[in-house]
Design a protein around this ligand. Structure first.
Ligand code: GLN
Length: 557
């Protein structure tokens, strides 16, 4: 078994997760079986309760684990399917240690960071060390070298290397090499100091991944090599990508990273075949046409808050040889008057969310999509607001709402299951992870999926209230997918609309490059069709439809 540890130096937000994931892509392309894991030094047990403003999206795994968004990169960039053992926080580590202590497992010993905390951390690396499944475990350590919180993790790695032998381990340090304008120079000192900090703990990196705006010249490489005790060919340049994050594996390969790592780990592997990946990147970078899509949400200034959704749109668009002009609309701004903002939009997507802020704006967005026959994709909360909108404005169910936003609503079209069953005891916890959906034959959903049984990932509390099913169906609101026992609505669509789809789950967690999710792909196709129809109808110049933008507009890291 081989191990790669990825640490970060100098500053956060260097894209360590992407770098780790990209190395995963390359090693898989060299026919190695790879698994990735993230250690997060914060004390929350998981990021489930953290605010998207601070922490970006919560990425949900098949087993229902609510994890760091880097796990999204791991699953998108590799074939691994992750579980809760792939994300460990200090909160979990201490929870484990304290529970053990209370049970008396430590037999009267004094419980300490070394060895008890570090033992728990090492156990989690070993848990993945299953040679029948994997060849390489890549472990990314969150935070920045020098953080107090990160110390137990680094100490655990030091011990671990001693136990498995240094010939089986590569330490990769992702660092910043800033360009100082006044001096016209790239500066190596921050990296030197960061590596010195690692050495203080007893860790020597074998590879430096240098995040930089400018190319590293020979001098800089020599200096980094000399002062950080890293061979010159292991000073790897990772320049800011020009267009899309999917370029990262290609640029790292061009720098020879995958070969270098395999050599360091004494692994003989074939040269990687990256043709499909390259093709995908080409389609993302220079599509033949563009489509304008609005995302109506709450965290429009936080690029990471809807990360998987933006990525899923990119995957789907690339599969249609199309780029996306993304218009990010703050839901609250749609509360009064929306025409100006949505006028020239080819599709509207409403993402998931919690809490009442922005709800009426999202409902207005759904209404606009329904009335103007604009393709609509509602994800989780996006499906719930579409339901409320239809109930209120088409079925005349005044006051229709979700009990999440109005506990006493007379018409709870979305509610907690417990309330539907008349159970008073609240505290329903979330429906998390993968659940099966049975798709109704003859629906648009069946056409989109080309299947009647699918599984999708969930993260929500409230459900469609089946009491309203018939009344809404009569007006054209179709439940096109349910749980296998038929009690939970999973997918909805409108009968008299080209593409109005809402799902109670999160398809964005299952989309990948070259494997776009059917709901996103169907959405993009419908948007393109609308754009084309409208242009033809209005006699608009075709040129504008096919213009190639200089840059992809999907937010990058
Ligand atoms: N707040 C809604 C619920 O809990 C929707 C959740 C979501 O969009 N993830 O049911």
């Amino acid at each position: 078994m081989k191990y790669i540890f990825v640490t970060g130096g100098v500053v956060s937000s260097l894209g360590k997760g992407l770098t780790a994931a990209s190395l995963g892509t390359l090693l898989e392309a060299r026919h190695l079986r790879v698994v990735l894991q993230k250690f997060d030094p914060y004390l929350n047990v998981d990021p489930g309760t953290m605010n998207p403003f601070q922490h970006g999206e919560v990425y949900v795994l098949n087993d229902g684990a609510e994890t760091d968004l880097d796990l999204g990169h791991y699953e998108r960039f590799t074939n691994c399917v992750l579980t809760r053992s792939n994300n460990l926080t200090s909160g979990q580590v201490y929870e484990t240690v304290i529970l053990k202590e209370r049970r008396g497992d430590y037999l009267g010993k004094t419980v300490q960071v070394i060895p008890h905390v570090t033992d728990v951390i090492k156990d989690r690396i070993r848990e993945l060390s299953d040679e029948s499944k994997y060849d390489v475990v890549i472990t990314e350590i969150g935070g920045t070298t020098g953080d107090i919180e990160g110390l137990p993790f680094l100490e655990a790695i030091r011990q671990f290397i001693l136990e498995v032998g240094p010939e089986n381990v590569v330490n990769m340090h992702v660092t910043l090499v800033p360009y100082i304008k006044a001096a016209h120079e790239l500066k190596t000192k921050p990296t030197q100091q960061s590596v010195a900090k690692l050495r203080e703990i007893g860790l020597q990196p074998q590879v430096l991944i240098c995040r930089t705006e400018r190319p590293l010249d020979r001098d800089v490489r020599c200096k980094l090599s000399m002062f950080c005790s890293v061979s010159e060919k292991a000073v790897v340049e990772e320049r800011d990508v020009e267009h899309t994050i999917y370029e990262v594996p290609l640029t790292l390969h061009a720098e020879g990273l995958d070969k270098l790592v395999c050599d360091l780990l004494h692994l003989e592997t074939p040269e990687p075949d990256l043709a499909d990946w390259r093709k995908f990147v080409e389609r993302v970078v220079s599509p033949s046409k563009h489509v304008k899509i609005a995302v109506v949400g709450k965290y429009m200034d936080v690029r990471d808050a809807y990360k998987s959704i933006y990525e899923s749109l990119t995957h789907a668009a690339a599969s249609e040889d199309c780029g996306i002009d993304l218009k990010l609309i703050d839901a609250e701004s749609l509360e009064h008057g929306i025409d100006a903002q949505l006028k020239d939009i080819a599709g509207i997507l409403v993402p998931g969310g919690f809490g009442v802020r922005g709800i009426e704006g999202k409902i207005n967005g759904a209404r606009y999509a329904r009335e103007h026959k604009i393709p609509y994709l509602g994800l989780c909360l996006g499906m719930q607001v579409a339901t409320i909108e239809f109930a209120r404005n088409v079925c005349g169910i005044k006051g229709a709402n979700s009990t999440e936003f109005d506990k006493k609503t007379p018409e709870p079209v979305i509610s907690l299951l417990e309330e539907q069953r008349g159970v008073r005891n609240k505290g329903a916890s979330m429906r998390l992870g993968t659940w099966p959906t049975q798709i109704v034959k003859g629906t648009l959903a069946e056409k989109i999926y080309g299947d009647t049984e699918v599984t999708e990932r969930h993260r929500h509390r409230y459900e469609f209230n089946m009491k309203y099913r018939d009344r809404m169906y009569a007006k054209g609101f179709v439940i096109s997918g349910t749980s296998p026992d038929g009690t939970l609505a999973e997918l909805v669509e409108l009968r008299d609309h080209p593409y109005f789809v809402g799902c109670q789950y999160h398809p964005e967690f299952k989309s990948k490059p070259n494997k776009p999710h059917p709901l996103f792909r169907g959405f993009i196709k419908a948007c393109l069709k609308r754009q084309l129809d409208r242009a033809t109808h209005a006699g608009a110049d075709q040129e504008s439809l096919h213009r190639v933008r200089e840059r992809e507009l999907v937010p990058q890291r």
